[in-house]
Design a protein around this ligand. Structure first.
Ligand code: ACO
Ligand code: ZN
Length: 165
């Protein structure tokens, strides 16, 4: 059964199902240089379906976010060991940007990781990716670290994180 989380005009924001994975991979190929194996997409959907979300307009997939959970050191508390949600990847097709779809995807994934009792939510983003950094900042994420040469091409990443309540 499809769980529709939110509607933004004609855009449905809903939980992903197995049948969404190929369209999600296609969006990823078009929009980002970081790609993953089929198995990795399947495993994220199996492990954290609450935060694997797609945006669809009239049957066409236009965006996705996919996440995982991890245990590790807090990005906020000294010596804290916490459960963290991790945004693995988010993208919206070029023609559908600046309509609030990215924001809705992140907000719904926050709800998803909160439902799994995560204490924090974090992600890495290219330091040059102003659109994404601004989106995350608007939603309350803060830059906690700069990761040197994080990407294959040598670019640094910001580690951005938010505390959840
Ligand atoms: N009219 C005009 N502007 C609007 C409207 C509207 N109705 N709704 C939102 N906006 C503005 C927002 O205010 C925001 O403006 P700002 O950047 O000046 O603050 C801007 O549009 C973007 O917000 P959204 O629309 O919510 O986000 P969007 O759907 O454009 O998606 C994203 C953002 C996902 C970063 C997109 O640019 C993208 O796919 N980029 C390529 C892939 C990418 O870089 N992904 C992130 C990599 S990091 C990682 O995956 C962890
Ligand atoms: Zn990551």
């Amino acid at each position: 059964m499809q769980v529709i989380l939110r509607q933004l005009g004609d855009c449905n924001i809903r939980r992903a199902a197995s049948s969404d994975l190929i369209p999600v991979m296609e969006i990823n190929l078009k929009t980002l240089p970081e790609h993953y194996s089929d198995y990795f997409y399947e495993s994220l959907l199996a492990e954290l379906p609450e935060a694997f979300i797609v945006a669809e307009i009239g049957g066409k997939h236009v965006g996705y976010i996919m996440c995982k959970t991890e245990y590790g050191f807090s990005n906020f508390k000294k010596l804290g060991f916490v459960k963290k949600g991790h945004v693995v990847s988010i993208a919206v097709l070029d023609d559908y940007r600046k309509k609030g779809i990215g924001k809705a995807l992140v907000e719904e994934s926050v709800n998803g990781v909160k439902s799994r009792k995560c204490d924090e939510f974090y992600l890495e983003v290219r330091c040059s990716n102003n659109e994404a950094v601004r989106l995350y900042e608007k939603l309350g994420f803060v830059i906690r670290q700069q990761l040197n040469a994080y990407y294959r091409d040598g670019e640094d990443a910001y580690l951005m994180a938010i505390e959840l309540d």
